[in-house]
Design a protein around this ligand. Structure first.
Ligand SMILES: [Zn+2]
Length: 82
């Protein structure tokens, strides 16, 4: 059986769709990280992203520009107050 080493946890696993998500852009058609690592990094990414948006909202509110949602997200320079 062919095996593949996960780039995340470095475990040697059978290179089948049972252990790796399919991904057409890769040579062997399977993702470089196993399903366990893929799920973990996906969760971490979502958590980071959520935390970042919340921080930006708090900052925007504190600095007095809450009108523009885009401004909150990209952190526009401070607008003139009143
Ligand atoms: Zn892994």
């Amino acid at each position: 059986m062919n095996t593949k080493i996960c780039s995340g946890c470095k475990r040697e696993l059978p290179n089948t769709a049972e252990y790796f998500y399919r991904c057409r852009t890769y040579e062997d058609g399977l993702f470089t990280r196993c399903k366990v690592c893929s799920a973990a990094s996906d969760r971490a990414w979502r958590r980071r992203r959520k935390g970042r948006i919340i921080r930006l909202r708090i900052k925007a509110k504190r600095e007095g520009y809450r009108r523009s949602r885009i401004g909150e997200l990209i952190g526009l320079p401070k607008l003139h107050q009143n």
